[in-house]
Design a protein around this ligand. Sequence first.
Ligand SMILES: [Zn+2]
Length: 289
Amino acid sequence: MAKENFVWLRGQIRREPVVIRNKEEKPIGVVFTIYTINRDVTDRTGHLAPKFDKPVVMIEDPLLVKKALTIKNHDIVELKGVFRTGTSVRKKICPCCNAENHVQVTTQVITPSYIGIVKTGLTSDAEGLNELIDTAEISNFAKIIGRVCTPTDKIHYGTTERNDIFTRYQLAVNRKMYIAGSDGYDDHTDYPWIISYGKQAYNDHIALQQGSLVYLDGFVHTMLMKVHAKCTECGEDFAFDSQRMMLTPFSVEYLQNCNNSDIDQTRENKDEEDNTTPDHDRGMDCSIE
Ligand SMILES: [Zn+2]
């Protein structure tokens, strides 16, 4: 099966990168958030209305760590990497009984194989904004080949609170290359969630089923989601906010096991539908653990 897991980001650093050190205080990792800008920088009326995504980048490769240690706040940085998923445990306090709970959450990071500092010496977020707007077309894009692993009846087709239709599903994406810090043989597939909107959501909802193979051309989309957990002490359900990275397609090519024979026909009847990317959904209440 053809493999592809390619992410390109070019954006501004707006918080000091976090350096991870070993017992000897030697830096072994760097984590930072990169502010990228959506390629549609105007709203539906043509006014400038930039939308940002804030992918989290994690670096463990020693050579890249060295480079990343030179990144300063407000720098413009570019990188090529892969979308990587995993799990980790978060400590959360139950709001009912104050017990500490260890909740397993899914994690998503971009792991780069190249980082470049495009511009340094900027002193504010505002100073980087024009640079971001000028290069919006190459600020954030991803190309992924994956197989739908969500059971067909769990592929979610719904509407956002702003009345945009969306389809949400998960892909299994095979890795092409070894990644420093991965856990060996078993850690070789990533499971990004995909959220498509508008006409793309409509087509995905018709075409996709569990096992469909797709080629996705899109961008890394970050949003705040509610995660639900059950307290191990008192049994109460509680929810907390969690920043998530997903992928949102500009287009999806249906490669195998897709029900796309009707799609061109349906598209003609639906050509009035709006296909612009909606404002990012904040606080979407759904559990995708
Ligand atoms: Zn409790």
